[in-house]
Design a protein around this ligand. Structure first.
Ligand SMILES: [Zn+2]
Length: 225
């Protein structure tokens, strides 16, 4: 899950939908949870549901961007913020391991409390649903799109190793920007510091404080991870 930098916003919104433009300008067209790039179908997501917390209906601090699948799985769950990791508060890249087929698991190296919070956010938005999950809806293609992104990243890395030119590096970074799934690209290219730096810079809103100069993830100040 990409760690993001939403920043402050002192605007007064008359309706929450009005925040979508600012969110997209700052964070790109990506679902804050599953990382898919969805220019047309992202919604302003209320971290604490608006039905249970009407006082937070128009609060910038309570907004992220989410796709229909993450949004509907999360539904109106009344979340205790401190029991979850959040992409705008934690280094959520450090918290999860992406592997072949686009699978997501909690990083085994975390402390017990961190692991619990990491698992809670995966469960909250249903990111571990796979074809054999009982509750996987036909319309939920997140697992398949992660798999496709993984395969595409592997092919790109192979091609880059065969023909390593600066222009090709630039091109990969630019095309991944419109393909989404930043965490998968970061994982597949984990040994290529130059490409890691490019992905961190190219994807709008990625939190740079979550990475050292080599592109390796580091804990986020004031986060649980
Ligand atoms: Zn999503």
């Amino acid at each position: 899950m990409r760690p993001i930098e939403k920043g402050k916003n002192s605007k007064t919104f008359n309706q929450y939908q009005d925040a979508k433009g600012d969110l997209i300008v700052r964070l790109g067209n990506y679902c804050s949870y599953c990382e898919r790039e969805l220019p047309a179908s992202l919604a302003v997501e209320h971290v604490q549901p608006k039905s249970l917390h009407p006082d937070l209906l128009l609060k910038w601090d309570n907004f992220l961007l989410a796709c229909i699948n993450c949004n509907s799985t999360k539904d109106d769950t009344d979340v205790q913020l401190e029991n979850y990791l959040w992409p705008d508060k934690d280094n959520t890249f450090l918290a999860f391991v992406y592997s072949e087929g686009g699978r997501i698991t909690v990083n085994d190296k975390l402390a017990d409390r961190q692991k619990k919070c990491a698992q809670n956010i995966l469960d909250l938005v249903g990111l571990q649903k796979r074809p054999r999950s009982d509750d996987l809806k036909k319309s939920d293609m997140r697992w398949m799109q992660r798999k496709e992104a993984w395969d595409k990243a592997v092919r790109s890395l192979k091609r880059l190793k065969e023909d390593d030119r600066k222009g090709f590096r630039e091109q990969i970074a630019e095309t991944t920007d419109s393909a989404g799934h930043w965490s998968i690209w970061m994982t597949v290219f984990k040994d290529d510091r130059d490409m890691l730096r490019r992905f961190i810079k190219t994807f709008r809103g990625t939190s740079e404080e979550c990475f050292d100069k080599s592109g390796a993830p580091i804990p986020r100040k004031s986060g649980i991870v």
